[in-house]
Design a protein around this ligand. Structure first.
Ligand code: HEM
Length: 347
């Protein structure tokens, strides 16, 4: 598990996913340029400008996908595989946006006397004019954030910065999105891109992303309320234990806490639902050789201690469990990571 770092941990699913991602990007660019060339006014547009537009539009589409995956996964577990692969989409997004920015800089600033990067920043100082605003600067700001996020996407940074700092850092995706929206809108206002379609697509994309975030927050609140109703002090009624399949778990979520209650060998134990690796859903995994096994990368934990087997040192929180009238109750107050809790015997 975390004894050594590998540059990227690939498995068969990730390879298929990455192949689909790269093929999707290639298809998008080909169709965009092909349709652009076939348009009646194509004689006025060069293939270079079409490619710059295609790369920019592709990156803009991809940021919407990245931002939609989180709320979709909270609305339905069907989207969890996308969440698992979200970092690859993020890195691909950065590479597509970088190609767009670099190509645009070379094409629009590469043929003068000034260094193209200097020219990018000084050629248009009209920061006071909406219809002549140097919208490229907002693209540069977005690209700088994407670079920071892509370069810290590896587990090495997740573990060394701590999950809390890493998560806060990666919230910068929202200011990056804001800068991209303004880049596109102010670009359209100054006659670049030129199509009102961009304005409508940007408004539609913003409505979709905001709507999904609001829907996910509302669903989470109502789930929390439903669980709160089942509470007896700090104890949550997680339903009949007989319905939990052998070597499997039931997940109970309240607030930001998500608990996986496992049934195995006539016993019940509860640990955090979040794997210490990439916060994979432990409760969707099963017990293999007596150990809870994360469905994402196979990291394992003892259900009674929340600890990975030696030589690994990962730990997750544990929770107390009790049985009353055929129902399993779990205490919502977590024990410190790796705290042993004697399993509750069934019957
Ligand atoms: C160094 C950073 C960037 C520079 C210099 C830059 C430059 C430009 C330029 C010059 C255009 C107008 C192209 C035209 O004449 O049609 C443009 C359009 C656009 N850019 Fe960027 N950009 C940058 C970053 C980004 C990023 C990070 C995104 C990510 C979403 C993005 C998305 C777009 C989109 C969607 C358009 C409209 C496409 C179109 O013009 O048809 N740009 N950009």
């Amino acid at each position: 598990m975390a004894a050594t770092y590998k540059p990227v941990i690939w498995n068969r699913h990730k390879r298929i996913y990455d192949l689909a991602l790269v093929s999707g990007i290639a298809l998008y660019l080909t169709v965009f340029v092909g349709v652009g060339m076939a348009m009646p006014d194509s004689a006025n547009t060069s293939i270079e400008i079409l490619l710059i537009s295609a790369l920019g539009a592709c990156a803009f589409f991809m940021i919407h996908v990245v931002l939609a995956i989180g709320p979709l996964a909270r609305l339905s577990t069907k989207f969890l595989p996308l969440l698992y692969n979200r970092r690859h989409v993020g890195v691909a997004l950065f590479l597509v946006a970088l190609s767009h920015g670099a190509y645009a800089t070379i094409w629009y600033h590469g043929f003068g006397v000034l260094n193209p990067i200097v020219s990018l920043f000084v050629s248009n100082p009209r920061y006071d004019a909406i219809n002549a605003f140097p919208f490229e600067s907002l693209g540069v700001a977005a690209l700088a954030i994407l670079f920071l996020l892509a370069s810290t996407s590896h587990d090495f940074w997740l573990n060394n910065l701590s999950p809390a700092v890493w998560k806060t850092l990666h919230m910068l995706i929202y200011p990056a999105y804001g800068a991209m929206v303004m880049h596109v809108l102010l670009g359209a206002a100054s006659g670049h891109g030129g199509s009102p379609l961009y304005v409508w697509a940007t408004a539609g994309g913003f409505a979709l992303i905001s709507g999904l975030h609001i829907a996910a927050a509302l669903v989470q609140t109502s789930r929390d309320r439903a669980v709160t109703k089942q509470k007896d002090g700090d104890w949550i009624d997680a339903g009949p234990f007989a319905d939990i399949p052998e070597k499997r778990a039931r997940i109970v979520a309240i607030g930001g806490t998500s608990i996986a209650i496992f049934r195995y060998d006539g016993k019940l134990s509860a640990i955090s639902n979040f794997c210490a690796h990439q916060m994979g859903p432990l409760g969707e995994g099963c017990l293999i050789d007596g150990l809870v096994t994360c469905p994402w990368h196979g990291w394992q934990y003892d259900p009674a201690t929340g600890r990975s087997p030696a030589p690994y040192t990962e730990k997750v929180e544990t929770f107390a469990v009790r049985i009353k009238d055929g129902h399993v109750f779990v205490n919502a107050i977590p024990n410190a990571k790796g705290t042993p809790v004697a399993p509750t015997m069934i019957g």
